[in-house]
Write a protein that binds this ligand. Sequence first.
Ligand code: DNO
Length: 347
Amino acid sequence: MKLTFRWYGEKDSIPLSYIKQIPLMSGVVTAVYDVPVGEAWPASSLEKLKKLCAAADLEMEVIESIPVHEDIKIGAPSRDKLIENYCANIRAVAATGVKCVCYNFMPVFDWLRTDLNFKNADGSFALSYDAEDFKKLDPANLSLPGWDESYTKEQLGGLLNTYKNISREKLFENLIYFLKRVIPVCEEAGINMAIHPDDPPWDIFSLPRIVSNENDLDKIFAAVPSKRNGLTFCTGSFGAGRKNALVKMAGKYAKQGRVHFAHLRNVLWTDGKDSFREVAHPTECGSVDMAGVVKALVDNGFTGYVRPDHGRDIWGEKGKPGYGLYDRALGAAYIAGLFEMAARKLI
Ligand code: DNO
């Protein structure tokens, strides 16, 4: 595996030199952030990012994300042009040495939490999701940091209305329409597409979600069998779903050669159905069998990219929600330890 770290480009408060100091760090996961969703990324922006990484002795082999425009998800007439732009971006990132692209197909909203500053007893802060608090949220006024939105606040209401006519089946059809055009380009360009699961893995605000469990993944891979059509195995996203058997899923999809990227983090199921809180990475801190997942990946031939995922805010840090330095660095060290143990068959 290659250990990586998410970096939000030049505006990120964490310097690349700090990332490089984390043991075994091979590269960063990043994106072009100043181009509206759906448009082509200038080669110059990619070259600049790559140069910055190279100067810090870090690779730039994973992009997270090239966001998918809502018109592609709803199947609007403009989708063909937007898919063309998407393919142009695939070629452009491949030309700078990128090997893997993470993206999601969640309607309207990306990851969702009801509290970005849940205070733990030890004084650290974490992201959390409470099913009761969720009921109080108004989707027409929602936006969280780090979302790849392709709509304005004014367009949000209209978009939510449009989705009233988009069934789960229709959304799935639109995903397959997209993949049937993008995957052949990935085959030519040498890019692995890694779909990110729904976070949390269930429908929200009656919006359909179609990348939440094993059954969903099986359908997506059956419809577009190329191995370039793969997965970001996000333990935190799948792990919030109490019915998802993570160790089994990790082994199964690694064996199929579909796991191109893994987001490794832990969540703790809290009281009440569908509530959870983000915790430190180790297995004992939460509900995800982190060691079991890593072992299943390694035993089944996984050679892709991994990164620690959301960290808590610790040691007084006030990081971008989920993306501070300290706790993610602790996570990276823990993950590296699990991989070492698994490679040596000690777990
Ligand atoms: C949250 C991230 C997601 C992820 C996208 C991938 O922290 O895991 O925002 O980057 O869903 O497209």
